[in-house]
Design a protein around this ligand. Structure first.
Ligand code: CDP
Ligand code: MG
Length: 716
């Protein structure tokens, strides 16, 4: 039961959550004492609490351990604290925990800091790309898997860590898969550094060739390193695959608590699942008992559109039935807003959480009794033959559907509404294909090479990507100038690209822009492209939104248009700046965004990203300059950077992507949608009813042979 519902009553407009026993919220000391007591009681009641001693013993006795437990059993928040208390951070060492998702790293770190009664960034911190909340005193550090991989570039033995926990391993993201291989090796190297100490994994069936296999790293310098404890953790993991891969590592199962969940299917397939989502939300709200609703959607755009429609429809309900609060949660949401979903539901209200698959296992939100699952997820897909990566919406796997429904039964029996017929469930894949098998590998390969892995196809992957995918990615890195003929990092371009925490194609654009005198423009472009949907166009105001967009639209294309938005926001803030308060800035910016049909969350994200990558670029000594009004220079730089994504207009009006030969159209949201440019470059290929290219700018075809002869001379 959700905390608020015990108080009963509907329609009250009070938003202040009340704690049992304290009717006044004016006494912060009493409130904080009550909260601490509540937290400590919650901690003691978690399933993992009863096995603390056993877990600590297992970690002491095994260098590698697999921990499997139901979502919400306390693995992510508690195990690092148990290990801290057991002395694993003695000698100033750190316990690192990786998460596939930024939002999980941030929210869990916040929760654990609160549980420990410390300020975030002190004993407990997090570090994600573009946002570091750690200090020298941080001992429990949550981070993304990608970030730990980057840390390995600077410190190949990851020597500051005594324990590394790879959490949510079942997600099988590319960085997680690569980390597994890397950490296996780090562990061996560290063991060898201590007088050739034997591994503590004493499994007679183990095929662990400890010591026999040579390390991927350069010869060891003779320094003694402490052993590394490696823990693989997950909700629904097939422990056997991991155990076999990790030399017969032991697996421990933590019993979870799960109440029954009633699964309901639709009678027929739904043609418009967003419509069905809305109908179901209101059906639950009006006909079912108290309890919060969790809805799984595929991305920010969908979430925001459903959120708006829920509010529109709420206005049509009688006053007493409007007691719904909505909270979105998706990866690119700024962290303060992500945290809001964890706050208790305001008294008398029903919380509706609109989430991506982030809420399947990564974050546990209390109070959920109803799950609405349309059965879709946005996934990366890569065609190595065409060298093309795209984001597509695909049906979930059976494992995902089960995880989603499980979210309804954490605190009491619940209900899950699957918005498809039962016969469809049977047709779903059993589990999701690991990401490494369906994405462009150039990013990870660049990092592996930067780490000193010369033989990438021979790397010890838990599941090998296809050879063609590896070859294509190497080829792409070579074409971008990151690699030499011997597949080593080129100097300085390859080294510079590896230092930037971006996809190689964007790193290249930034490195290149300094020589085109347009680094400022390129940094803005890359930052704006990293945010999802800058413009928003509500259905009922689409004409107004179109007019607003025209103020920023550039005939050169979407890239300059995005720069115009970024600069207009900057100028507006500059003019309005009366006090230098960040809160005030945010408020003014939100208002400006609303008037101009700009998505303020995305713009804020882009502004943060800009500051961060500008910092990297400056540290690397790249020449910071703006091309001013000389946009030709900027477009030439776009051509020189994104030449792999060029498309040529065909007589019938469609375009042909030059690298892959496939037919594409310019996406209706592009400012170039109605123009008839002969040659364009683009940044994104999306496949819906047909193949669309997004983020498009006009270039001159001849620039391609001039600026990218390494590709266009070969391809003719
Ligand atoms: O990792 P696992 O799914 O096993 O559980 P967890 O993330 O450690 O969560 C344990 C408990 O902490 C859950 O019951 C959550 O309700 C609570 N929690 C929270 O209140 N706020 C967070 N940001 C994270 C967890
Ligand atoms: Mg967890």
């Amino acid at each position: 039961m959700s905390p608020s519902m015990a108080q009963g009553g509907t329609g009250t407009s009070s938003h202040s959550p009340q704690l049992n026993g304290f009717s006044s919220s004016n006494n912060p000391k009493a409130n904080s004492f009550a909260r601490r007591q509540k937290i400590s009681q919650q901690r003691r009641s978690l399933p993992i609490a009863s096995v603390e001693r056993r877990l600590v013993e297992e970690v002491k006795n095994n260098d590698t351990l697999i921990v499997v437990g139901e979502t919400g059993s306390g693995k992510t928040t508690q195990l690092p604290q148990f290990l801290f208390d057991a002395g694993f951070c003695r000698d100033g060492k750190t316990i690192g925990i990786t998460q596939p998702r930024r939002v999980a790293a941030v929210t869990v770190a916040g929760r654990v800091a609160e549980e420990c009664g410390v300020e975030l960034g002190q004993k407990v911190g997090y570090s994600i790309r573009f946002d570091d909340m750690t200090t020298g005193s941080t001992r429990i550090k949550y981070m993304t898997d990608g970030l730990l991989l980057r840390e390995a570039l600077l410190d190949p033995y990851l020597s500051r860590y005594s324990v590394l926990i790879i959490d949510e391993a079942h997600e099988r993201t590319v960085p997680t898969d690569v980390l597994l291989g890397l950490l296996k090796d780090v562990q061996k190297t560290r063991l060898r550094s201590i007088n050739g100490r034997e591994s503590k994994n004493k499994n007679p069936n183990s095929n662990n060739e400890e010591g026999a296999q040579s390390s991927i790293f350069k010869p060891f310098q003779g320094r003694k390193l402490p052993p590394l404890k490696l823990i693989i953790m997950s909700a629904s993991l097939d422990a056997r695959i991991f155990s076999e891969y990790l030399g017969g590592a032991k697996a421990v199962h933590v019993q979870g608590r799960q109440y029954p969940v009633e699964i309901l299917y639709t009678a027929h397939p739904q043609s418009d699942y967003l419509e069905s989502v809305l109908v179901t939300i209101f059906q639950v709200h009006l006909n079912e008992g108290p309890g919060d609703i969790l809805v799984f959607l595929t991305g920010q755009e969908e979430i925001e559109s459903v959120e708006r429609t829920v509010h529109e429809q709420l206005r049509q309900l009688p006053e007493g039935k409007r007691n719904i609060v909505t909270y979105p949660i998706f990866s690119s949401l700024p962290s303060e807003q992500q945290m809001r979903v964890f706050a208790p539901t305001p008294a008398g209200f029903r919380k509706v959480i609109l989430a991506t698959n982030i809420a399947e296992t990564s974050v546990t939100i209390p109070g959920i009794k109803y799950v609405i699952d349309p059965g879709f997820v946005k996934a990366r897909s890569y065609d190595p033959n065409k060298g093309m990566e795209s984001l597509i919406v695909i049906p979930t796997s059976k494992a995902q559907a089960l995880q989603r429904s499980g979210r309804a039964g954490r605190e009491a029996p619940g209900k899950c509404f699957r918005l498809y017929p039962e016969s469809e469930f049977e047709k779903l894949e059993d589990s999701t294909k690991p990401e490494i098998k369906r994405c462009n590998l150039s990013n990870v390969i660049l990092q592996l090479i930067a780490l000193g892995v010369d033989d990438v196809p021979g790397f010890d992957f838990i599941e090998k990507p296809s050879r063609i995918a590896i070859v294509k990615s190497l080829e792409q890195l070579f074409l971008l100038g990151a690699l030499t003929d011997e597949c080593k990092l080129s100097n300085p371009v390859g080294h510079q690209m590896a230092r930037l925490p971006l996809d190689p194609i964007y790193s290249k654009a930034i490195v290149q822009a300094s020589s085109f005198n347009c680094l400022e423009e390129m940094l803005i472009t890359v930052a704006m492209l990293s945010a999802e949907s800058i413009f928003y166009s509500p259905r009922e105001k689409s004409e107004e939104a179109k007019t607003a967009m025209k103020c920023f639209a550039s005939p050169e294309g979407d890239h300059v248009t995005l720069i115009n938005v970024f600069r207009a926001a900057d100028e507006f803030l500059e003019k309005r700046k009366t006090v230098t308060s960040k809160d005030k800035d945010d408020k003014i910016l939100r208002k400006w965004c609303k008037e101009n049909f700009i998505n303020s969350r995305s713009l804020r994200h882009a502004r943060d990203t800009y500051r961060q990558i500008r910092g990297h670029a400056e540290q690397m000594g790249l020449h910071f300059a703006s091309c001013g009004d000389d946009l030709l220079q900027f477009r030439r730089c776009l051509a020189a950077s994104f030449f792999l994504n060029a498309a040529l207009r065909q007589p019938e009006g469609a375009y042909r992507a030059l690298a892959s030969g496939q037919a594409v159209r310019i996406h209706p949201s592009s400012v170039l949608n109605q123009t008839k440019a002969d040659c364009v470059i683009f940044n994104e290929l999306v496949q819906t009813s047909q193949k669309y290219i997004r983020s498009v700018s006009i270039i001159d075809y001849l620039w391609l042979t001039e600026l990218a002869p390494q590709f266009y001379a070969m391809a003719k």
